[in-house]
Design a protein around this ligand. Sequence first.
Ligand SMILES: Cc1cc2nc3c(=O)[nH]c(=O)nc-3n(C[C@H](O)[C@H](O)[C@H](O)COP(=O)(O)O)c2cc1C
Length: 209
Amino acid sequence: MSLIQNLNWRYATKNMNGETVSDEKLTAILTATNLTATSYGLQPFTILVVDNKEIQSKLQEAAYGQTQVGSSSAVLVFAVPLKITTADIEGFINLVATTRSMPVEALDGYKGMILSTIGALPAEQQQVWSAKQAYIALGTALAAAAEQKVDACPMEGFDAVKFDEILGLTEKGLKSVVIMPIGYRSADDATANYLKVRKSESDLFHFVK
Ligand SMILES: Cc1cc2nc3c(=O)[nH]c(=O)nc-3n(C[C@H](O)[C@H](O)[C@H](O)COP(=O)(O)O)c2cc1C
């Protein structure tokens, strides 16, 4: 199926049927998500894959009772670091050097640029920047799920403080920013049949020639 057909098929699923997403499909979604673009390639986020019904039920409560959280096969929780440290940036630079078999010194200029921009931001602004990167990954994950014919719901409607408590994220130096339950649509989710509401393309796109 084409990307456009897959994107038309998907919708923000409000209720799932409890069916499990296979490891193969989950891996495909996660692999695609890891391939998302991020600024500098830094990937300043962690994605927790919560596949535990007891924890999912607590998360559902902290998501104002939204049933797609508890009825999903798993909940992807996108979390950003409370602070991006020099060590984090150096770790990334080392990964680039190792992956591309190049001397780490060859990346000094690149490292300096990241340190003087993102590295120099106050922690709160780093978190905002990291969240933007996490949302790009969310978009990729949504498209990947659609390709696998796995339903999903992007969600900001949750109490992030409660999520962080339930998942012990603060101790890990993380905070949750957005979530994506995955699973299979419940037969009684009437919103599955709602027509997509989108701007007209002439309203959305302004061509400058
Ligand atoms: C960042 C973000 C947060 C959202 N939060 C919620 C949410 O908390 N609960 C929910 O049911 N839908 C949520 N949605 C789904 C949107 O309402 C939905 O994507 C939009 O209405 C377009 O519909 P569609 O995705 O079904 O095409 C969210 C979507 C995005 C992108």
